[in-house]
Design a protein around this ligand. Structure first.
Ligand SMILES: *[C@@H]1O[C@H](CO)[C@@H](O)[C@H](O)[C@H]1NC(C)=O
Ligand SMILES: *[C@@H]1O[C@H](CO)[C@@H](O)[C@H](O)[C@H]1NC(C)=O
Ligand SMILES: *[C@@H]1O[C@H](CO)[C@@H](O)[C@H](O)[C@H]1NC(C)=O
Ligand SMILES: *[C@@H]1O[C@H](CO)[C@@H](O)[C@H](O)[C@H]1NC(C)=O
Ligand SMILES: *[C@@H]1O[C@H](CO)[C@@H](O)[C@H](O)[C@H]1NC(C)=O
Ligand SMILES: *[C@@H]1O[C@H](CO)[C@@H](O)[C@H](O)[C@H]1NC(C)=O
Ligand SMILES: *[C@@H]1O[C@H](CO)[C@@H](O)[C@H](O)[C@H]1NC(C)=O
Length: 371
């Protein structure tokens, strides 16, 4: 009579303790997340690093003279046949509507008459039209470039693969308005967000929230692939932690646009780099594009250059970087883009000592040397 009662009490006690422990664990987990949320990196550029007020205007005026709008429009007439933000960067929150009402192949409404097809006008893109854009690659050439202030001065800043910026902001800028990730990076991001390791989880959340209202999108086949589930993981993490990041998806892979390069420069690459595709996409909605961090060689002015500014990995062998580089130089010469290689004139650490006029003179000298 006594023993069963004793056992029951012990079991009941163990049960209570377990529930208590689970509750405490859950509370600490929430607290951790809340703390990262509060400790969002401070993106304010300190007073002494900020360029003088009219410096940016002068820089942009200088840029304006570099661009040849005729050639920009000619290029856009070609890139628009292959890229369109309405097809390539769609709000992820519109995914279900898209699948229900639109044919992904044709981007038409399913219920429209075959002879009078209507476009899929029930989904939207967060992308607007911008006058100036910076397309920032992750090349090691950016290290010690001092290009941060210049990059941040653009209306819209585009990066690839969610790179770290805060630690390098003097050189790479602190803003990201759009980041487009590839397959490998999306897998890594989703894995980190689901990791049991709180350090990894927190670091990835902080990275996702590093720029306010950033659009997070993807460049490969999305519909019917695992990418959709991974994007869902990212989207859920963003919502749970109140980040202002916006998720988006492409209705087709950027790779389907590879014929573009044959039309544009007479070359067909098996696998154009994300950077080049990002340029092509950007050219459809940006008037004046400046490109930073695209330099494939391993040496510059007799100094070694790493592949990425943030790690020591060796270059990817999948891309024809030398030809892509030649293409960027040519487009710079034709005034289609501004391709910035090497140091920027507004060195963040030198800004406070340079007058705007001196700085522009420096930049002219730099431009002459590079072209
Ligand atoms: C961010 O940094 C700036 C300059 O370092 C400082 O003035 C400002 O108070 C900081 N903001 C917050 C919210 O910490
Ligand atoms: C733009 O480029 C075209 C052809 O390359 C050239 O004929 C034209 O003069 C240029 N326009 C300006 C404003 O430089
Ligand atoms: C671009 O295409 C439009 C119409 O498709 C045409 O009117 C315009 O002249 C073209 N611009 C250039 C620079 O080729
Ligand atoms: C969590 O990940 C960090 C960074 O990769 C690593 O240094 C640490 O050892 C990991 N912690 C555990 C408990 O695995
Ligand atoms: C997220 O933001 C909403 C509204 O801004 C607020 O009500 C909510 O408490 C926030 N949640 C967290 C976890 O901070
Ligand atoms: C480049 O660096 C190498 C070794 O670091 C040196 O021998 C060579 O003279 C340098 N060349 C120039 C043009 O500075
Ligand atoms: C700052 O300016 C001085 C003099 O013009 C120059 O020697 C120095 O290299 C500059 N700093 C950087 C980081 O380029």
């Amino acid at each position: 009579m006594i023993r069963p009662l004793f056992h029951a009490t012990v079991f009941f006690g163990i049960g209570l303790i377990t529930i208590g422990l689970l509750y405490v664990y859950k509370q600490t987990a929430t607290l951790h997340l809340a703390r990262i949320f509060v400790r969002r990196p401070n993106t304010t550029i300190p007073e002494n690093l900020r360029p003088p007020p009219n410096f940016i205007d002068r820089l942009m005026a200088e840029r304006n003279a570099h661009f040849n709008m005729t050639n920009i429009w000619k290029t856009r007439n070609i890139t628009r046949k292959y890229f369109n933000p309405r097809l390539h960067i769609i709000y992820f929150s519109d995914f279900h509507v898209f699948m229900q009402q639109c044919d992904p192949e044709t981007f038409r409404l399913r219920n429209s008459h075959p002879r009078r097809p209507r476009p899929c006008n029930v989904v939207y893109t967060p992308i607007k039209h911008y006058r100036t854009c910076a397309v920032v690659g992750n090349g090691g050439i950016l290290l010690h470039s001092g290009c941060g202030a210049e990059i941040d001065a653009h209306e819209f800043v585009i990066r690839s693969n969610l790179p770290p910026v805060h630690k390098y902001r003097n050189d790479v800028g602190s803003r990201t308005d759009l980041t487009i990730v590839n397959v490998k990076r999306l897998v890594q991001i989703a894995d980190d967000l689901q990791s049991f390791n709180a350090t990894l989880r927190k670091a990835m959340l902080a990275r996702l929230g590093q720029s306010s209202r950033m659009i997070f999108s993807y460049s490969f086949a999305f519909i019917g692939s695992k990418a959709r589930y991974r994007m869902q993981i990212v989207d859920t993490a963003i919502k749970k932690n109140n980040l202002s990041t916006v998720t988006a998806f492409p209705s087709r892979s950027f790779l389907e646009s590879r014929r573009l390069y044959r039309e544009l420069v007479g070359k067909q690459w098996k696998f154009a780099s994300t950077g080049l595709n990002t340029f092509a996409l950007a050219s459809t909605f940006c008037d004046q594009i400046s490109m930073y961090g695209f330099y494939p060689m391993s040496r510059y002015q007799n100094k070694s250059v790493s592949y990425h500014y943030y790690d020591k990995l060796p270059p990817s062998s999948r891309h024809d970087f030398d030809e892509e580089y030649a293409m960027l130089r040519q487009m710079d010469e034709d005034g289609i883009i501004k391709h910035v290689v090497g140091k920027c004139a507004i060195h963040s650490e030198n800004v406070s000592v340079l007058t705007p006029f001196q700085a522009v003179d420096n930049m002219n000298a730099l431009t002459r040397r590079l072209l």
